[in-house]
Design a protein around this ligand. Sequence first.
Ligand code: ATP
Ligand code: MG
Length: 271
Amino acid sequence: MTAQQTPAPGADAHTASRPGGLQPILEARAVTKHYAMPGETVDAVRGVSFAVMPGEFVALMGPSGSGKSTLLQVLGGLDQPSEGEVFIEGEPISRLNDSQATKLRRDRTGFVFQSFNLVPLLDVTENVALPFTIAGQDPKSAELSARIKEVIASVELTGKERHKPDQLSAGEQQRVAVARAMVTRPALLFADEPTGNLDFTTGLDILNALWRACVDRGQTVVLVTHDAKAAAYADRVFVIEDGRVLDEIYLGRREDHAAAPLIGRLAQLGL
Ligand SMILES: Nc1ncnc2c1ncn2[C@@H]1O[C@H](COP(=O)(O)OP(=O)(O)OP(=O)(O)O)[C@@H](O)[C@H]1O
Ligand SMILES: [Mg+2]
């Protein structure tokens, strides 16, 4: 079965605005993304449709160059699709003007990237405070400084508040990036290979932080990875190949995050 041909079980629950029904927090409808290059067009994403329900943890898994990052950028409103539409909480994001799009990204989404993207001159607290600073809010106000403290504690960095990025390990730097993505309490957390620059054990801390965001705080997580052990944290895995959803694998919520069921299913698909 391919995700394009056959609706997923319960797919009708994914239709936006069903009376009394749950609305997807994120939906892609026939999304494509082309890049025009001299003498050629790169079809990075080719007709992707799926819906993510509030509080789900989903993974987009596929090989290098399969279009995962491009898809994530489009899903998160960092880039526009060439065709198709992305809906966040039922809002078609291409129809938002620039300031509405900025507000939606700022208030509803958080991003974590492979390369941490911290500001080298700022310490941990200041890096985590950045979304507030950028929005013109005072991170030293009682409410915001309490939130910053709390999120730093949640990624177990209490005591390192005054450290600059170059005074932290790689895993600690990525935990700062996770804290920064979570501090505004966004409904949707997007993470693109967040463990890609980390060793296995350190990577687990990051995956566990995303898992806690989902399980304890009900945040929806969209994780891009090429690694089945990371994807096994998800409730559902979309297998991406050549810009398409090749298959959708339902794992369910599992405290043990065992990768064997996913690896078994991928083997059946010849992956
Ligand atoms: N800005 C761009 N301009 C032109 N082509 C691009 C651009 N960004 C990505 N591509 C191409 O689009 C395709 C998908 O790239 P993308 O970065 O989405 O893949 P990926 O699955 O994230 O790969 P990786 O696992 O290596 O990060 C690739 O062929 C890539 O070369
Ligand atoms: Mg990528």
